[in-house]
Every structure is written in structure tokens, then in C-alpha cells.
Design a protein around this ligand. Structure first.
Ligand SMILES: [Zn+2]
Length: 91
């Protein structure tokens, strides 16, 4: 496991693959970048892996995906951690 963050001043390219996102139990969200538009959506990782494969690397912006609300805005990916309620789980 190589766990050092690459901070060498390179371009901000996310090296997240779909498999890694799922492995880390993260939620893939998309947000419209158009001004005045507040579209927000959550992508289904399992479905994306089925379609694109687990080794698909996430670009910063969703390719070929236009906003469903304004129809023109680029969708920017963002990752969110899911809260796992471990302590409160009781059978
Ligand atoms: Zn939009």
C-alpha cells in the first residue's frame, strides 16, 4: 500500500478509479458548474463500474455529461465520505 499524497506541484488530476472510490466507501457526487444553477446529483458507483469498468479513472469533470437542469453546465465530480454508523448499530 503506497499512501503518500503526491504534492509535487503537478496538475490536479485525480487518480481515483471507480474501484478505489468504492473501496474507500466514498460517494461520487456531481455538481453543475454553470452560474446560477444548483444541480446536484449522486452517481451510482456500482452502475458506473458495470458500464465503465473498475479501472476507469475519474476525470475532474464528467465527460459528455451535461447538466440535466440547465442542459449546458459541465458537471464536476466530487467525492464525499459516507458516514458509517458503527457505534449505534445494534441488532
Ligand atoms: Zn446546470
Amino acid at each position: 500500500m503506497n499512501n503518500n499524497p503526491a504534492k509535487n506541484g503537478g496538475p490536479r488530476s485525480s487518480c481515483w478509479t471507480l474501484a478505489r472510490v468504492r473501496e474507500m466507501n466514498l460517494q461520487l457526487e456531481g455538481r453543475c458548474q454553470a452560474q446560477g444553477c444548483a444541480w446536484f446529483g449522486v452517481f451510482d458507483i456500482d452502475k458506473l463500474i458495470e458500464q465503465l469498468g473498475p479501472d476507469y479513472e475519474l476525470p475532474e469533470n464528467a465527460p459528455g455529461t451535461s447538466c440535466g437542469l440547465c442542459g449546458s453546465g459541465p458537471i464536476k465530480f466530487q467525492l464525499a465520505s459516507l458516514h458509517q454508523d458503527v457505534s449505534g448499530a445494534s441488532p
